[in-house]
Write a protein that binds this ligand. Structure first.
Ligand SMILES: *Cc1c(COP(=O)(O)O)cnc(C)c1O
Length: 432
């Protein structure tokens, strides 16, 4: 009945990880990001054990852009995950939580000089170079500090994974990576192999996001091994690391069906083994980078309902005390979400409403045509599957304070990000 099996109902109240969400709203205030930490850990374990069972030689890197704070980095470390980072801020956050730099993969289509310097200084395990220019400046930087830097090269393999065009990153028209089809990728490998201070370990690709089928991933594995064979025959080197990115789909709505996360890993590993046997290539060290699927379904957002405005023959607006500032995804991509009134969870969801935020922006909606229970001011509204790309995409638009984030472990809540205050809002303002 719910999109995530972290959710349930006890005594008419919505529960997350067995904990009464209405109580959590009372205790910590709203809006509130609430996470089932047990589920986050279970998701990690499913990936890690599938990798061990079906392949052995690999690692699972959590794509921290989905949701990161120091405590999250600590949990990922405890679960034996590696970390995919895309900015100096993410590296800094992970280091603050004593996450080992050696297990970080640093991505980005336009890493700044300072970010590259930070990555080289702290010893990030792999820098994923996005193009030749970046490889050149990294090579020079590494030379200046007398280090040899291990890199992967990001390839754009031209795979259309049939997903939303805003979050589709694998096809030829992409700001990411070097293009495979036109020979750019193969030429760039030749240049990077000659760079004295870089050690090219292998390749990376990321074919998109919110992909439900296993085939596109298996296809990507095939295409990448073909490319590694082309590198072998052109330059007489066999490279032995392959990072196939993330993009495994999650359930935002009850209609969406995804595979178990282990099934994606299995499909990738089987495709790799088949292909490598066929072309006689030693099985590479495999990296996968799930982000959304680690945290997405494990998180919900709790709001307090304010104004309920019915426009007869048009629609009913239910305004909440948050909005596009804590969840910009409907405004950005029309992302679907399901919701319910947490304090009336037993009642039928027979009201069709538009959930609106409090920002001065008509497009500030969380969802349209959403089925919930009869809403009244003061109700606690829960929006599901908001664990990924919500906090990490949040803003202070309208000078609104960001919500707190609370993890639930074994039924016990703990604050992992405190609620922003007005002091936080003005802390960088310079007043003469
Ligand atoms: C965004 C991204 C991921 C994670 O994608 P999800 O859809 O959250 O699993 C992994 N790798 C790279 C390079 C990315 O850009």
């Amino acid at each position: 009945m719910f999109v995530s099996n972290s959710l349930g109902i006890t005594d008419g109240h919505l529960t997350l990880g067995g904990v009464d969400t209405v109580l959590m709203a009372e205790k910590f205030g709203t809006p509130l990001y609430l996470f089932d930490e047990d589920r986050i850990r279970e998701n990690c374990r499913n990936y890690v054990s599938a990798m061990r069972e079906h392949y052995g030689n690999g690692t699972v890197a959590y794509a921290s852009k989905a949701f990161l704070c120091a405590e999250m980095a600590k949990v990922m470390n405890e679960e034996g995950m590696s970390l995919d980072v895309v900015s100096g801020g993410e590296i800094y956050t992970a280091l603050k939580a004593a996450f080992p730099a050696s297990r970080m993969f640093f991505h980005g289509n336009n890493k700044t000089h300072d970010e590259l310097e930070l990555a080289v200084d702290c010893g990030v395990g792999r820098i994923v170079v996005d193009g030749l220019e970046e490889a050149e400046s990294l090579n020079n930087m590494a030379g200046r500090v007398g280090k040899k830097v291990a890199v992967l090269m990001r390839i754009t393999p031209g795979i259309d994974a049939h997903t939303h065009s805003f979050i589709k990153t694998g096809q030829i028209d992409s700001k990411f990576g070097v293009t495979l089809e036109n020979g750019d990728a193969l030429r760039s490998v030749g240049s990077v192999l000659k760079m004295e201070n870089l050690e090219l370990k292998g390749f990376h690709c990321h074919i998109g996001s919110q992909i439900f089928e296993t085939e596109p991933f298996a296809h990507a594995a095939d295409v990448m091994i073909d490319f590694m064979c082309a590198v072998r025959s052109t330059y007489s080197v066999e490279l032995h690391e392959l990072d196939l990115g993330g993009g495994f789909g999650i359930r935002y709505t009850s209609e969406q069906n995804r595979a178990e996360y282990g099934e994606y890993v299995k499909a990738i590993c089987e495709a790799l083994k088949r292909k490598c046997a066929e072309v006689k290539y030693e099985l590479p060290y495999l990296i996968i980078e799930p982000g959304r699927s680690i945290v997405g379904e494990a998180g919900i957002t709790l709001y307090t309902v304010g104004r309920v405005k019915s426009i007869p023959g048009v629609r009913t607006y239910v305004s909440v005390d948050g909005g596009m500032t804590d969840n910009p995804r409907y405004a950005l991509y029309k992302s679907p979400y399901e919701a319910c009134i947490a304090n009336k969870a037993d009642n039928d969801r027979d009201f069709v409403v538009t959930i609106a935020g409090k920002c001065c922006e008509s497009g500030d909606l969380i969802q349209e045509n959403c089925n919930i229970q009869r809403p009244e001011p003061g109700d606690i509204l829960a929006v599901f599957s908001t664990g990924a790309y919500n906090y990490s995409m949040s803003s202070n638009y309208n000078r609104i304070c960001r919500p707190a984030a609370v993890f639930l472990r074994n039924g016990e809540p703990r604050v992992v990000i405190r609620r922003e205050t007005y002091q936080d809002i003005v802390k960088n303002d310079v007043l003469k």
